[in-house]
Write a protein that binds this ligand. Structure first.
Ligand code: ATP
Ligand code: MG
Length: 219
């Protein structure tokens, strides 16, 4: 059951290493309350993206637990994942489907209205309205600019209205203007939600908490 008494993310005594690798997390603890904006920083190879994958339940830790709103990510049914968290990925992976499906990933619980709302939030609604077939448009890598594709990754992540947004730094290969547009969209998209982002550049986040990930974390 969802309850306000549960933190958005609760990591307890996390121990993890890749097969044959050094320990990346050693009894690592982290609690993020609902609505918090937290940035993970740390050197390359420190384990930031690994922590995201653990939070997404893609790897099983050797020790400890990770809970999202009180639910262990290891036992979370797939059907619930998209309502709990959305992950803004570094590149937009096109699926075989029309524009609406690119965003909903064919989740029947997501209505066209919700797709438009997601597009509105990231500032792409006008661009999509200009396409002759709107949400039914066939999408190729040439339909949108690189920056617009990044905005689509945010629209996809928020279309199921998750309470938690995970954002792995995607501003690396963008020009200033596109980067600013993206950060504004992310700010709008994460309003009222918990935001956990990875960034090498902490100035990207005006307010919120910064957590440093060091290799072999003990904190
Ligand atoms: P960056 O800032 O460069 O993105 P990061 O903090 O996200 O770095 P991770 O990608 O989490 O770092 O990697 C942490 C460590 O785990 C690195 O030493 C990396 O080489 C190793 N690693 C990452 N993925 C795997 C994998 N699939 N198998 C084995 N080792 C891996
Ligand atoms: Mg990384």
């Amino acid at each position: 059951e969802r309850s306000n008494s549960h933190p958005a993310i609760e990591i307890k005594d996390l121990t993890f290493s890749y097969p044959n690798g050094k320990k990346i997390f050693d009894h690592f603890n982290l609690v993020i309350r609902e609505g918090e904006k937290v940035t993970l920083k740390g050197r390359t190879g420190a384990g930031k993206s690994t922590l995201f994958k653990l939070i997404l339940g893609l790897y099983a830790p050797q020790g400890g637990s990770i809970k999202i709103l009180g639910q262990d990510v290891q036992t979370l049914p797939d059907s619930q994942r998209r309502q709990l968290y959305g992950c803004v990925e570094q590149t937009f992976q096109l699926i075989d489907g029309n524009l609406g499906e690119q965003i909903s990933l064919r989740d029947p619980a997501i209505s066209d209205q919700e797709i438009w709302q997601a597009l509105e939030t990231v500032g792409l609604a006008d661009a999509v309205k200009k396409l002759p077939d709107g949400l039914n448009s066939h999408v190729t890598n040439a339909t949108f600019s690189h920056g617009q594709m990044q905005l689509l990754t945010i629209a996809r992540a928020i279309s199921a209205k998750p309470r938690l947004l995970l954002f792995d730094e995607i501003t690396a290969n963008l020009d200033r203007e596109t980067e600013n547009r993206l950060l504004k969209a992310l700010e709008r998209a994460s309003q009222g939600k918990t935001l956990l982002s990875i960034s090498h550049r902490t100035e990207l986040l005006k307010d919120g908490r910064i957590i440093e990930i060091k290799r072999n974390n003990h904190n």
